[in-house]
Design a binder for this molecule. Structure first.
Ligand code: NDP
Length: 398
């Protein structure tokens, strides 16, 4: 039984709150805190349980987070605000003796660049304080890393290639909308791609490589090579991997909008002067785009995210392995009022918190999810709405 604070009350935070509230035996008290108190209060009302309450915090400000922690004295904070707040929240955790979990690695506001170094630099301090920070515990990063750890534990003596494949075959009926925070999403997609090959990082132009991949229950979809943060920790933690890549599907309509947004300067993250006011074009764009939280109602279809791995099995013979989850937008909406992208991120965040609070994940320091035992996590993920499937020695297409 433990008290948790969820920071961030967007699409993902809403799902985390709903899922934690389904397990009062683990999460005895839940506080949802964000910049806009009214959003937190609305989620508290929708959940309607006496052990769930709302508070307000600006998580860019360490002192405000410290005050929040002192008011509530949580055992763990689940950070599902934006990647910009990771370090301030980790600083407050060290000040107050609070454990930490997030779903996205730190990114400075003024540079579209993400890597683990900033958060890994906290490892000694968390370890010395006897605290745990679990990094990247959404779906990808998150379940993608746990899937890889599960493959290593149960099937492979040496994994050689890893391809993480992420398909959203849903249709929300809007001309253009992003499935999670538009600012973070557009920054991720418009930067150079990168993949790991024979000990080197190979840089590609944004969305330069694509190929058709076939997703279970969905069919073939154009999939684009992107850089994704979990590649960095996975090649470090599984050094037999010779090639690691990440693929995501995009429709032509989405890509055309994205190209126009970039060409007209609306993806810029530097300040421009507008009638004497400084604005960041991408932040302004976010204000006029559909809110990802509001997409759920008319969203049809499903997501399919998994890992395709090749290498040597435990007997040293070549094998391929594909492990994946498909998640329905409609089912996610019926349960939490949010679409499947928020759902597939929020469920693993709750399960990671559950693993920590029940002592099943008990390493101290700053850890990526693949460092923990994958078995209890994957059992709980399946039991909490994200069942997964395996294909052994199938055609990986890659
Ligand atoms: P939203 O934009 O819907 O929500 C973000 C929330 O963070 C809002 O409630 C916002 O509050 C709050 N917030 C922003 N800045 C601050 C601040 N300074 N202090 C306090 N609260 C703040 O985003 P999503 O829910 O879609 O995404 C949340 C996180 O999940 C992101 O970091 C995203 O990168 C990550 N993610 C991870 C995935 C994975 O698989 N690993 C997949 C999808 C997302 P307010 O509304 O009041 O401004």
């Amino acid at each position: 039984m433990a008290k948790v604070i969820i920071i961030g009350c967007g699409g993902v935070g809403t799902v985390v709150a709903h899922k934690c509230a389904q397990h009062p035996e683990v999460f005895s008290e839940i506080v949802i805190a964000s910049r806009t108190l009214s959003k937190c209060e609305a989620v508290v009302k929708a959940i309607g349980r006496p052990n769930v309450s709302a508070d307000r915090v600006d998580a860019d400000n360490v002192e405000e987070i410290v005050a929040l922690f002192e008011r509530h004295k949580p055992e763990l904070v689940i950070n599902v605000a934006l990647p910009y707040q990771d370090l301030t929240i980790m600083d407050a955790c060290l000040r107050c003796g609070v454990n930490y979990l997030d779903t996205a690695n730190y990114e400075p506001k003024d540079e579209a660049h993400f890597e683990y170094s900033w958060q890994w630099a906290y490892a000694d301090r968390f370890e010395k304080a006897g605290l745990t920070a679990i990094l990247g515990c959404g779906f990808d990063p998150g379940v993608s890393g746990v899937f890889t750890a599960y493959a290593a534990k149960h099937y492979f003596s040496a994994m050689e290639t890893l391809d993480i494949v992420d398909c959203n075959a849903g249709d929300h009926g809007k001309a253009f909308a992003t499935n999670f925070n538009p600012e973070i999403n557009i920054r991720e997609i418009t930067q150079n791609g990168r993949y790991y090959s024979e000990g080197e990082w190979v840089v590609t132009k944004p969305l330069e490589f694509h190929r058709s991949l076939t997703y279970p229950n969905i069919g073939p979809r154009d999939s684009y090579l992107l850089y994704h943060e979990e590649l960095e920790s996975l090649v470090k933690n599984f050094p037999t991997i010779k090639r690691a890549r990440f693929w995501m599907t995009f429709g032509q309509e989405y890509l055309t909008h994205l190209r126009v947004i970039q060409n007209i300067g609306m993806a810029r993250i530097d300040e421009v002067d507008y009638n004497g006011t400084k604005i960041v074009p991408l932040q302004f764009l976010k204000a006029v785009l559909p809110n990802p939280q509001d997409l759920g109602e008319n969203y049809h279809g499903e997501t399919s995210i998994g890992c395709r791995i090749s290498g040597k099995n435990k007997e040293g013979k070549p094998m391929t392995y594909y492990i994946y989850n498909n998640c329905s937008h409609e089912a996610a909406y019926r349960e939490t009022g949010m679409q499947a992208v928020s759902y597939t991120t929020g469920v693993p965040a709750m399960v990671g918190a559950m693993m920590f609070l029940t002592g099943k994940w008990n390493l101290k320091g700053v850890r990526n999810v693949e460092e923990f035992d994958p078995d209890p996590f994957l059992e709980a993920v399946a039991a909490n709405g994200l069942p997964w499937h395996e294909v052994i020695d199938g055609d990986l297409e890659l």
